[in-house]
Design a protein around this ligand. Sequence first.
Ligand code: BLA
Length: 728
Amino acid sequence: MTELVDDEALQRSADEPIAIPGAVQPHGVLLAVSEPGLDVVVASANAEALFGRPVRALGELLDDDAAARVREGLAGDLAEINPVRLTVAGTEVDLVLHRRDGLLLTEWEPVAGAEQAGAAWHRRLPSVLQRLSAATTLEELGATLARDVRDVTGFDRVMVYRFDAAWNGEVIAEDRREDLEPFLGLRYPASDIPAQARELYTTNWLRLIPDAGYRPVPLEPAVDPRTGRPLDLSGAMLRSVSPVHLEYLANMGVVSSMSVSLIDRGKLWGLISCHHYAGPHRPSYADRTAAEFLGRTASLLLRTTVAADEQEGVVDVAQRAAELAAAIGRTPRALGAALTEQAVTLLDLVPASGAALRLGGRLHLLGSTPPADRVPGLVGALLDADVTAVDSVARVVPDAADLAGTASGVLAVPVGGGDFLAWFRPETLREVTWGGNPHAGKVEQTDAGPRLSPRRSFAAWSETVRGTSRPWREHEVAAARSLASHLVAATLNRSEEDNRLAGALQRTLLLEELPKVPGVALAARYLPSAEDVVGGDWYDLVPLPGGTVAVVLGDVAGHGLAAAAVTAQLRHALRAHLLRAEGPAAALGMLNEVTGALLPGEMATVVVAELDPGNGDVVVASAGHLPVLHAHADGAEFVLGGRGPALGVLDAPAYEQTRLTMAGDDRLLLFSDGLVERLPGGLQEGLDALQAVVAEGPAGAEALLDAVLAALAPPGTDDVTLLAVART
Ligand code: BLA
């Protein structure tokens, strides 16, 4: 016996025609007969030994009474007369009948030597069925099934074995002799039960190998003389089994094996697998039939039980999804904490061993995940490939093959701006090992020889599942998507909320009642952006100690709450500097220093016009702002002197200032770029248009602003601020 079946042998065996082995097992006799004469066409070589003579027709074996019972049975449903209890040649036998390929296959199994659970067990059947159908979980159903099948068949070990999508299997329930090591939780590769065997087991519910060490009994003749083909034994209880499988059983130390199919809606779902180690074991036909009956009953219950189990998973996930959504709702300003620091975290949403959240570019990791520097790349690659859920990530992102131990499976959903939610599952192999080492024990029932033990099967199974995690279920993916959309909505809400706050802040800045300064008329217009984002425009009027007044108009880069906050700070700082400084240029120099020190990275422009209402002298200084427009009797011109760099750009620029004089009806116009920037011809066209309107415009400050706004009709994509100053 070789230690491991090599690939070639494996392939040969996979192709092996298990339905036509040309032999039977020795615990009974097979006679294939023609109808209606019941003449023997093919017989197993042990027929003469059981019946004491060669048999050419069934009539030679049956007395009148038996012949009548058989003939009556043949006229109806064969399944209903099986088995026919007879005594032939002094031996009590169970006769089992079925038809195949135009022949009646008769199998004769001596009653002596079979184990009998007895009538007592069969009387308990109603309560057994009651127990089975009362099971609400798969675990319960499996446990009940294993116990009752063991009870009626007397095997040393009875397992419920479940196939996964790739036909690998797992022992999900077990009842065994106490001294045996548990196989519960063990996994086996698909090759342990090849496709052709699974196919056969889908139509044929039960097979029994009372003694795996048996010598096959050949059929004579080897082929059906009428067809020239070997007899199809798919439905025969005595069918000789594949030698590879017998070797497998020997390696496992199993002397006797029986299995009953579990079939869900026409598909092989699993097997009830029974082992006997103490010696050969042959439950009676009636007891086998009872076990098959339990298997069929459990098969019918599978659908609802599995569905209930899955439903439970679905409900759990839904429940946690609701809790997380509520956490998001409670703390919209701390979404990261809401999902990672509460009693229920992101990691609890779906069964996973790790989770990641990137929000506002910040990465949070929970549980067992790939290293932080690998997570964004991995998730990004999946999202780029439009993959939400994958159970073998290396197939999509080959670079991630080394992450199998934490992230063979990834479920990832984007939440906007490059942010994401992600869950990780390790390869199944790793998961099993974590759950306790399943292959720690060895099968010790036989003493010598290498074995294809569970340990070795586990190794084979490991190869097939390497780099693969438990698959993500549909409702899990849906829950992840739904949580992501909650998060996106909360983020949007938050920016709307920010915007409202910013608006309020800006309104207080702009609408705060400006001081009345004798001799100065000030008109102001502020048009917020039509796009409902708060801009960074601000203006101010600051009476200064010498009787002059500073008119200020500024614009902070950016929008929203942050820009509004910067605006407020600059406005107050500039007030202070104007009061202390020698003229507007010096004040701007100080303001620039403050900007660099307190608001690094911020950029702002501002223009100051300091007017002496008494004589009309004006000093203008600008930090990167658009020029002031001076309207006088001969037209309007931009004040081009006194301009320096925007605030926050250079370290210590020298700001300059320029002087002009406002004659009696002159006006000064200060404005933000929103007024002129968006005309089709760009800034220059805007400035030209403005100059033209103001040159021709009405005398009064208020009327002038109305005329300007009407003529330029700024598009409203940015906020617009306009100030007109006149002397009174
Ligand atoms: C059949 N293999 C089977 C059967 C089982 C298993 C239950 C049905 C026959 C029976 O009832 O004994 C496997 N038995 C298991 C497993 C457990 C168990 C996994 O108790 C776990 C606890 N088998 C191999 C290899 C091959 C192979 C490598 O391990 C070859 C490709 C073949 N298994 C194989 C074949 C059959 C089989 C050919 C069909 C046997 C038959 O019905 O003729």
